[in-house]
Every structure is written in structure tokens, then in C-alpha cells.
Design a protein around this ligand. Structure first.
Ligand code: TXA
Ligand code: MG
Length: 314
């Protein structure tokens, strides 16, 4: 069932069930992060391997402090600059955060999402919500309640409909090591330039290969169900009536315009991010045999867009 009633969502969550929740980034598949059985249901519904840890969502910095051992000064600065917002911090977990939630890792991923419905839901719950993106493992993240219903509807008793996601890319993940040094684990909905304005230059973890420390970063993670060829911004496709394309702002020559989707005709990276996953889904339903995807300018949200496009093509 899809609806807008946070009390219905609350009832299911308190009973240990999973609920689809809106955030500004993508829709999440939420359950009580402190209840191993509820968390197990997330893994089962998503068909997600147990080695891929979940992000824990709360509505206040005080509640975040109750989940982590300490908040390094730089993490504190990032939190006050960008929460609620599309930023996730990886910090040493308190013992009561179940190992299942963090896949046995010593750190927990925490974030305060910026969506009014989900914030008021979180405020009324006396536990935080573990929530991976609400898609079957390895597929494209959902940016509308309808996407969640299409793929997981019969296994999710309630989907809270908060409209289309305003950012459209998963959160940027920043991890802190024992020496409290930050590293970018995942490019995402918070532009790296904005984060580095607070932290200074950051190392970006290479996640092109299978990496047990950040398993959600497996290449091919966003794969649509058709063969994908990546195009650099100035590269041209082999002309074909059978091909489809996802372009940044200008039509490609040699491919029917009716088989092309433009992420942002105006060339706006925010608009492109917002359309990205919905358009990848649309391409999957188009009567074409293979897809071209064109990279966006590699700056701001363009870096995260290109990261997702590269993995869609992997
Ligand atoms: O925007 C988002 O972050 C969305 C919304 C729902 O909040 N959530 C999301 O979750 O994208 P998910 O599960 O699709 O991606 C989370 C990724 C994991 O795949 C993993 O790579 C990383 O975050 N992660 C989570 N906990 C971690 C941990 N303890 N150590 C290392 N990586 C972790
Ligand atoms: Mg995901």
C-alpha cells in the first residue's frame, strides 16, 4: 500500500516490519536499526548480501551521538554544515548497534535525511531507521514511491509517498579512520566541492573493484538490463536505429531522437541528477537493443552522476 500517513508507517515499523520511506536522495527500505530481526527483513526483501552494511537514519545530532563512540571535530563541522542533507558519515559504532546493521564492521554509517515526512516520522520513533535504497540488490535506486511499488511492492506493507526525490542521487559517504582522517567512500548528492570547502582536499576511495569494505560500490551496481556503452562528452555513437541513448543536454546524431532522453536540456547538473535514475529506468523499457550513455561535465554533482553512469556501463 502507498500512502502519506506517518502513523501507519510508524505502526508497521514498531511491529518490526519494513516500510518504504522518502528522502531527498532516493527512497529507502526502512526498519528498526536496533532490531536484528527487523534488519534481517531488509536484507531478505532486497535480496541483499549480508556483507553489505546499511545506513542508519535519525532526526537529530543528539540521536547520532547515541549511535557512535565519538564525533571527531571535523565530522561535527560537516554535520552542522550539511545535516539534514545528502551526507552520510562513517564513525565507530556503539556496541548496541547490531553487527547485522554494519555487516560486522566496526563503523556505523549515519545520516539525517532532509525530507519533511521522514523527519517527522523519525521524530516520533524511539529508534533509528536502517535504510538502504529501496531497490532489489544491484538494480537502480528508486526516486519515486511508484518505483518502490513496482519492484518491491508485494513485499513491503507500506510505502510512505513523499513525492519525487529532490536530489536523486544517494548520499555522499565520508568515512573517518582511527586517526579521525576523512576519506570519500562514495560520491553522491552532496557535491565534493562543498564538502572540501569545510574539510580541505579529501582522498577519494577507488571503488572500481569489488571491495569488501564498501560493498555497495561494486561496479555494475546500477546496471540496467540492457548492454550499455559509455560515451565521453565529445564522443559520437555508431549510428543505429536500434540504439537508445541517455545524453546530458544535446541530442546525439545517428540515433532516433525518439529513443533519446536528455538529463537536462538546460545543462543543469542538479536537474540532471534528479532525472538520472528515473531515466535509466525508462531506457530499460524502451524498444531498443542497446544503450549509449553520455558522461556529464565532471564537476559538482556531475562527478557522482558520472560515477553512477560508469557503473551502469560496467
Ligand atoms: O542516500 C542514501 O544514502 C540512501 C538513502 C535511503 O538514505 N541510502 C543508500 O543506502 O544509498 P545503500 O544501502 O544503497 O548504500 C549504502 C552504502 C553501502 O552499500 C556501503 O557501501 C556503505 O553505504 N556503508 C554503509 N555502512 C557502512 C559501513 N559500516 N562501512 C563501510 N561502508 C558502509
Ligand atoms: Mg543502494
Amino acid at each position: 500500500m502507498i500512502g502519506t500517513d506517518i502513523f501507519t508507517a510508524k505502526r508497521f515499523l514498531e511491529a518490526g516490519d519494513v516500510v518504504g520511506i522518502p528522502t531527498e536522495t532516493v527512497y529507502g527500505l526502512a526498519a528498526n536499526a536496533l532490531d536484528s530481526n527487523a534488519v534481517l527483513t531488509i536484507f531478505r526483501v532486497k535480496n541483499r548480501p549480508a556483507f553489505d552494511p546499511l545506513i542508519v537514519h535519525t532526526d537529530s545530532p543528539e540521536k547520532v551521538r547515541g549511535l557512535v563512540l565519538n564525533l571527531p571535530p571535523l565530522a561535527e563541522k560537516l554535520a552542522s554544515a550539511f545535516w539534514p542533507g545528502p551526507l552520510t558519515l562513517l564513525l565507530p559504532k556503539q556496541p548496541h548497534v547490531p553487527d547485522l546493521t554494519t555487516s560486522g564492521l566496526p563503523r556505523v554509517a549515519v545520516r539525517i535525511p532532509n525530507h519533511p515526512l521522514t523527519l517527522s516520522l523519525l521524530k516520533q520513533l524511539d529508534f533509528p531507521l536502517a535504510a538502504p535504497s529501496a531497490n532489489p540488490f544491484g538494480y537502480i535506486s528508486p526516486t519515486t514511491a511508484g518505483h518502490v511499488a513496482d519492484q518491491l511492492g508485494n513485499q513491503v506493507p507500506y510505502i510512505l509517498d513523499g513525492g519525487p526525490c529532490q536530489i536523486g542521487l544517494e548520499s555522499t559517504i565520508i568515512g573517518f579512520d582511527e586517526a579521525e582522517q576523512p576519506t570519500v567512500f562514495r560520491l553522491g548528492g552532496m557535491a565534493l566541492e562543498q564538502i572540501e570547502a569545510v574539510t580541505g582536499p579529501l582522498p577519494v576511495r577507488d571503488h572500481s573493484s569489488s571491495n569488501p569494505a564498501a560493498p555497495g560500490m561494486l561496479s555494475s551496481h546500477y546496471a540496467p538490463r540492457k548492454p550499455v556503452t559509455l560515451l565521453l562528452p565529445d564522443q559520437l555513437p555508431t549510428p543505429s536505429n536500434q540504439a537508445g541513448a541517455l545524453v546530458f543536454s544535446n541530442w546525439l546524431p545517428g540515433i532516433p531522437a525518439s529513443s533519446q532522453l536528455r538529463l537536462s536540456p538546460a545543462g543543469d547538473l542538479g536537474e540532471a541528477a534528479k532525472n538520472l535514475f528515473a531515466y535509466l529506468r525508462l531506457l530499460d523499457t524502451m524498444p531498443v537493443s542497446h544503450l549509449y550513455v553520455q558522461l556529464a561535465p565532471n564537476q559538482g554533482l556531475g562527478r557522482a552522476i558520472n560515477d553512477r553512469l560508469r557503473r551502469a556501463a560496467a
